[in-house]
Write a protein that binds this ligand. Structure first.
Ligand SMILES: [Zn+2]
Length: 449
């Protein structure tokens, strides 16, 4: 094909595309990275090589530099990804259960999985932790739903099972939608050898940690770790997962589906790791909200996008790049946008996990608008940060900018009310019953209150 006709093809798609024509039903592989801070990947500027495979994959992808999740909590964000709506719309604002109430997304919602299944895709999920197991609603429309036993499953085992399924998917057969979820960077930080000592050398990371005012972090075991120890173990977990993702992606080359499959890599939230005095996640500080997100497509040129984007936007953005029959209904349901078609950015509303919001001074909700982040705690206390000059949210300027704070407070309230109202239109959250073993597993991960 000549350069001119390639260019013409790109113009037709409305986005820079390359290579052969896009099939109407491309396969889609979704990889979700639990508890993965964007800033611990070289793709997002980290000085260490924690994820060489993912970084090489991102270099061939459309990378979103400012992906900020609506909640730093596993099930709410994953439900937003798959349904294209905010947690206030789907109603899952905790990991399955909180305060005697249990949550599962409304059955009125059509997840992307159901769209794919109706379009003739075979669908499969391989998840690695209890907050995403069957019974949460997340399993809807998956023909194969593999969750393993116990509270969590290590990356090598999840990869083994996913590979066995993906190896059978040959080019030109029925398209697939497969979702593989990795959980290892979640606490406890116990990377297997040799990853447990991979990052022990002194390599200048102390300055990076000091810039973020990272403190000793308390682990649930009662152990307190120095910032460098925490980073070493966390980075070891990332390095371990990265090697497993290399195995997973090799399947595409071996089985021959790589060249007709779109791959989405996305994190569900970050992790405190001792920043802002938080070891885990569930609140609205940037390091907990900012996660990796990119889409690799055989038909689109790599690029970087700095427009703020969030979980609800992931599938609308994918559907702007490729077509799946019947996608209109999903796009109508979604409150997300195709970020590539709407590059101006929209305010992003963040919520703290309901159980964490009751613990005290943590912010209950936040709003990111351009370079501003506004936080409001459950007792009404406010904070404001200017991210351009203060990216780590260390200097609260709420008193210096009272007008901006007021505008953002009104905007936040308005967006929250709009989302909640849309939720009641879409259908309210339904109750789920959990067996005692499932509750024990959630407790083991520190979730159920
Ligand atoms: Zn998670």
């Amino acid at each position: 094909m000549s350069a001119t006709s390639l260019l013409a093809l790109g113009m037709l798609g409305g986005c820079v595309s390359m290579g052969p024509e896009i099939p109407e039903r491309p396969s889609v592989l979704l990889i979700t990275l639990d508890t993965t801070r964007a800033d611990h990947l070289a793709t997002y500027g980290y000085p260490r090589k924690t994820t060489p495979t993912l970084d090489a994959h991102a270099a061939r992808s459309i990378v979103f530099d400012r992906f900020l999740v609506p909640m730093a909590t596993t099930l709410p964000t994953h439900t937003s990804l798959l349904t294209g709506v905010h947690p206030l719309e789907h109603g899952v604002v905790a990991n399955v259960k909180h305060g005697g109430q249990s949550f599962a997304a409304s059955e009125e919602l059509v997840p992307f999985t159901a769209l794919a299944k109706a379009a003739g895709y075979s669908t499969a999920a391989f998840v690695s932790a209890t907050p995403l197991k069957a019974g949460t609603g997340i399993e809807e429309a998956f023909d194969t739903f593999d969750e393993g036993k116990g509270p969590s499953r290590v990356a090598s085992r999840t990869t083994d099972v996913a590979r066995a399924w993906l190896k059978r998917k040959r080019r030109a057969r029925k398209p697939f939608f497969a979702w593989v979820h990795y959980f290892d960077p979640h606490a406890p930080l116990e990377p297997p050898p040799p990853y447990d000592t991979w990052f022990e050398r002194r390599d200048g990371i102390e300055r990076w940690l000091a810039d973020r005012q990272i403190e000793r972090s308390e682990r649930r075991s009662g152990l307190a770790l120095e910032p460098l120890e925490t980073a070493n173990l966390y980075d070891g977990e990332l390095r371990y997962v990265d090697d497993q993702i290399a195995r997973l992606l090799d399947t595409g080359r071996e089985a021959g589906w790589a060249e007709h499959t779109v791959v989405i890599v996305v994190g569900d939230h970050g992790e405190g790791l001792g920043q802002h005095g938080q070891s885990g996640h569930g609140v609205t500080w940037g390091e907990q909200l900012h996660a990796p997100f990119w889409i690799s497509s055989p038909w689109h040129a790599p690029r970087r996008i700095d427009t703020p984007t969030t979980a609800q936007d992931v599938f609308p953005t994918l559907l702007g790049l490729v077509d799946i029959p019947g996608e209109e209904r999903f796009l109508e349901q979604s409150s997300g946008v195709d970020v590539l078609a709407e590059p101006s950015g929209r305010p992003i509303l963040h919520l703290a996990s309901s159980h964490q919001a009751t613990l005290g001074a943590e912010a209950e909700s936040a709003l990111t608008v351009g370079q501003w982040r506004y936080h409001r705690s459950h007792d009404g206390a406010e904070m404001l940060f200017t991210l351009a000059t203060d990216p780590h949210e260390q200097k609260n300027v709420v008193e210096a900018f009272p007008l901006q704070a007021r505008v953002l407070r009104d905007l936040e309230k308005g967006i929250a009310a709009e989302r909640a109202a849309r939720g009641s239109v879409l259908g309210t959250v339904r109750e789920v019953s959990l067996d005692p073993e499932r509750i024990e597993q959630l407790e083991a991960l520190g979730y159920v209150q």
